[in-house]
Design a protein around this ligand. Sequence first.
Ligand code: GTP
Ligand code: MG
Length: 195
Amino acid sequence: LFAGPVDFVKGVVHMDGLPPADRPEVCFAGRSNVGKSSLINALTGRKGIARASNTPGRTQEINYFALGERAYLVDLPGYGFAKAPVAVVAKWQALLKSYLAGRQTLRRAFCLIDSRHGVKDVDHEIMTLLDRSAVPFQVVMTKTDKLGPNALKPVLAQVEEALQKHPAAYPEIVLTSSEKGHGIATLRTIIAGLD
Ligand code: GTP
Ligand code: MG
């Protein structure tokens, strides 16, 4: 699935703008700056196909990437703090929620959690929305290169406990570093298995 061409399809700002629901898709959700766009770059091996930056709120549209004609990878705007005007943020948050609750072909949502921070209230909020919409989701820990194995353990325990509250959650947690490439092959295999 990842061996073929990868193309940016479009940036969507309204539910009406979503591409036809004609193939399976997975999306990447998480707080602003958690590393969603960087993960898409790592998965596709195309540095810069999804724009990443250190400014929280970089991705402001729902960005569609096509893996040939077989699947879409969907980069979402972040939630939580963002460096953008309040009214603008409110608009893209509403779009994000409509998308997560109402996309027929969404096979799995990957909920990204920063390895240094664990699951926060805003993450629970999104996970609860996914539970209610019966969208299966899986947690992906990001930026594991930023801390040692001993520091990761308590955070993982916190995440595992948090997932108990969410019926739509897969128990398996994927550890990744887009920077170092850790966990990227594992995640590719998971996505290819959904196709
Ligand atoms: P928004 O679009 O603003 O919601 O952010 P995002 O979740 O798409 O995050 P993005 O991929 O833009 O990354 C945010 C910052 O984290 C950038 O400066 C990245 O270089 C950095 N980053 C992302 N992944 C990793 C990682 O695995 N390791 C390290 N060390 N830094 C990372
Ligand atoms: Mg982004």
